[in-house]
Design a protein around this ligand. Structure first.
Ligand SMILES: C[S@@+](CC[C@H](N)C(=O)[O-])C[C@H]1O[C@@H](n2cnc3c(N)ncnc32)[C@H](O)[C@@H]1O
Length: 551
């Protein structure tokens, strides 16, 4: 791409009837080519008009290759031929090679120059590891190769005269039929083509494109109000001129695309992209997915062996289905067929941990020094990773605020408050653990003991029906009728039980010698802890939750 080739292109297009009097096209190292508004125009006045005679269309490819019907991506072969074949490309005696020479000469001449990640070096591609772009990149490379192979066998069948038999195509690196030439044409189509259905209503494929010189010189801006239309065999480009002033850049709008899409298909990203999305993939067994569907969860389509992928977008950084799925993963047998507040909070908390670990991975990522890495690529990857990280960060913050509003709404009983309702028990904690401050207890690692003792105490105390502690007693009773105690349970609690009893029964008989403080009672209390206790990680607060079933 040079100033000279740009001038030639503009001249050529004008001589074939293109109109762009109010747009000036310039070239610089940073932006490549871009358009500037020369004079402000009325709203609805076309800025660029390109006659159909300047397009490179899929119909040309169908005709040139002698096919009866259009084939996806055949236009890429025609473009590759125009670029790399010295032999003239003729249709009905007309030379396409001559006609499009200024356009082909202007186009960036290598994949490297176009800069799609698909054609980065292996080391550069590795920089994308851990992002959404990385697995897609692999898949795309395989698809591209397969497509090229199938087009070549089609060509072999339909136009054997074009394919020199006996030479393996992949060895003909300079041929227009080579994979390299096809890769270049793919890069051009990917970054510049327009969908063919815009000009042909009968076009059914979304993958067939056409090239429209001049309009394809405009850069992209999200949300820019532009229109593309076809009038009297011309492509008419309009922009809402109210937004652009003289001397400002005229943008096109390639569609609302996430940075992953922009990076993979156009080789750039936008800071503050409002269409940004990312995916959170959870590795889960097939049976869990089936059980989730049975439970009534709406799970993302296309679940794969790599897991269940949820889309996080700027508009919805924390999808409801994701939180619900996380809650479902933490369902207890006592919550069968139910979706409870405890599951919801537990799911949110675990989701927060997963997001925190993704954020840490992004934060601790470092570029491995390699002299061959293109500086532009490094810059691009940094900006891409940073925009992906921001989305995870947003989802993480939303976990916190959602948790906060649930606590505000349901006002569950804190352990702190529960202890104040039983001053006798509360006081004896000072003697047993050196403090009755919940924070201190937590810091010293005694929370589990306190919770077990308190649950046993609530059961023996049998609080009144209207007491806020009554549900603890009732949960205990409920567990005690269904629990099947195993040898493992006994072993798990044995040391802890013997470290506390019978010592406590002798020391505080008014509390720990009244009722049942057996080892079995402690094991039952352990199951009650699982059912009612929720720890809020953001501040370490412990909650005792009565069972609340959510919709
Ligand atoms: C249709 S071309 C636009 C003209 C292009 N500037 C050129 O030099 O030919 C699309 C390519 O332009 C670049 N581009 C478009 N919009 C951009 C933007 N907002 N920021 C950075 N690069 C952009 C990307 O390299 C993209 O693949």
């Amino acid at each position: 791409m040079s100033q000279n080739s740009l001038e030639n292109l503009l001249q050529w297009s004008k001589s074939h009837g293109a109109y762009f009097d109010n747009v000036e096209f310039t070239l610089n190292d940073d932006k490549g080519v871009y358009g500037i508004l020369k004079h402000e125009v009325n709203f609805d006045e076309p800025l660029i008009i390109v006659p159909e005679a300047l397009f490179i269309t899929p119909e040309m490819a169908t005709e040139f290759f002698g096919l009866d019907n259009p084939v996806d991506d055949l236009g890429l072969l025609l473009l590759a031929k125009l670029k790399f074949d010295r032999t003239e490309t003729l249709i009905n005696g007309n030379s396409l090679s001559k006609m499009y020479e200024p356009y082909i000469a202007f186009l960036p001449s290598t994949c490297l120059e176009i800069g799609l990640p698909l054609f980065w070096s292996d080391h550069e591609k590795e920089l994308l590891k851990g992002t959404d772009a990385y697995p897609k990149l692999r898949q795309k490379r395989e698809e591209l190769f397969e497509k090229w192979r199938s087009l070549m066998s089609l060509l072999n069948e339909k136009r054997p005269d074009l394919v020199i038999e006996g030479t393996p195509l992949y060895k003909e690196s300079r041929s227009w039929k080579s994979f390299e030439a096809y890769s270049w044409a793919y890069s051009i189509y990917c970054t510049r083509a327009f969908p063919n259905f815009l000009r042909k209503q009968s076009e059914r494929s979304l993958n067939i494109g056409f090239l429209c010189p001049i309009v394809d010189l405009l850069n992209h801006k999200n949300g820019e109000k532009v229109t593309w239309s076809f009038e009297d065999n011309n492509f008419v480009f309009k922009s809402s001129a109210k937004c652009i002033k003289r001397g400002e850049e005229v943008y096109n709008n390639y569609g609302s695309k996430s940075n992953t899409e922009l990076l993979l298909n156009y080789g750039f990203v936008l800071d503050g992209n409002e269409s940004e999305t990312t995916t959170l993939t959870l590795k889960v067994e097939d049976e869990v997915i089936e059980a989730g569907i049975k439970f009534g969860l709406k799970l993302p389509l296309g679940t794969s062996s790599s897991g269940l992928s949820f889309d996080l977008s700027l508009a919805t950084p924390l999808p409801k289905e994701l939180i619900r799925f996380m809650g479902f993963l933490h369902q207890l047998t006592s919550e069968k067929n139910q979706y409870t507040l405890r599951m919801h909070l537990e799911g949110l908390s675990k989701l927060r941990d997963i997001l925190a670990s993704r954020i840490t991975t992004f934060k601790t990522w470092k570029i491995e020094e390699n002299v061959n890495t293109n500086k532009k690529v490094i810059e691009l990857v940094k900006r891409y990773r940073s925009s992906q990280k921001s989305l995870f960060q947003r989802a993480y913050e939303l976990c916190d605020s959602t948790e906060k509003s649930l606590i505000r709404k349901f006002k569950p009983l804190t352990l702190r408050k529960a202890l104040t309702l039983d001053p006798e028990f509360d006081n004896c904690l000072i003697f047993i653990f050196g403090t009755n401050e919940v924070n201190e207890i937590e810091k010293k690692g005694f929370s589990d003991q306190v919770l077990l003792l308190f649950i046993m105490r609530c059961r023996n105390l049998k609080p009144a029906r209207d007491s806020p502690l009554r549900f603890i007693h009732d949960t205990y009773e409920n567990v005690s009728t269904t629990i099947e105690i195993t040898r493992e349970d006994v072993l798990e609690y044995s040391d802890l039980y013997h470290s506390l009893f019978p010592y406590l029964s002798h020391k505080f008989p008014e509390i720990f010698a009244v009722g049942d403080y057996s080892a079995k009672s402690m094991i039952i209390a352990g199951t009650v802890v699982d059912r009612i206790v929720f720890k809020r990680k953001v501040n370490g607060e412990l909650y005792l939750l009565r069972k609340i079933i959510l919709e």
